[in-house]
Design a binder for this molecule. Sequence first.
Ligand SMILES: [Zn+2]
Ligand SMILES: [Zn+2]
Length: 287
Amino acid sequence: MRCRCGRRAVFHSKVYKVTLCDECYPNFYVEIVGRSVKRYKILRRSERILACVSGGKDSCAMAYALKRLEYKFELFHIDLGIGRYSRECLRSVEELSEFLDVNLNVVRLEDYGFTIEDVDRRKVCSACGTAKRYLMNVFARLNGFDVVATAHTCEDIINFFIKNMLSGNVEYISKLKPRIDSFDKLVAKSKPLFDRTEKENATLVLTLNLPFTSIECPHAPHDVWKEIIYDVELRKKGFKQNFVRSIAKLANFIRLDWNLGHCKICGEVSNSEVCSFCKLRLRYGKG
Ligand SMILES: [Zn+2]
Ligand SMILES: [Zn+2]
């Protein structure tokens, strides 16, 4: 297959009805990210953006797109202290920062008294999520950023949607908006890649040879729902992106009505007396 420019194609999509080569694809990718960011009012030109990068392909693609779209942003990485995995991730984000010529901020979980390796095996993923949400919010607010950007893909969002629907947490769907404005001590949150697929991100980082790591977190669980989402897409092209855009609309109608107070230890927003991050520190922290 050939690209419209005549070169050998690296990307073919029935959804967009395009066939593109390695030179035309990055421009196409940046254009579709830019279009969604505008249409869904995900980011504003005036804002200072804190772009969270893990070292993996999705956040690498997000940082590249933000750079090309000329948004004002810095990179943010959390060193979770998971052995070789975390060292590889850190190395990739350092290379990315150099490649894009964008400042990188690194926070080490260890500096808060524990690492993910100290947490009970069964609770690792939820602890990791808690730590990331807490640290990115506090860092952004204390350093004058207006909005945090995370590289959730349409697969991540559909996955979260299905799991919460199945467990009856309907109100959690309100968290799936492409942008959640700031509230109290919570900085605004944005998902510029909410309607991008993992394949689109992977094609970008591979064609440009961007620095990223494909090493998997050793704690990552086998996720059957991700496989199911891929299976549906195979049988029904465009399912993922159509579905995620409808989730974005639906999320506007749902209110997360819980009593938000403040953690009596750290003072951050919490729905219980002590926030989940302080609970982790109390449980696993060394002094
Ligand atoms: Zn081309
Ligand atoms: Zn707290």
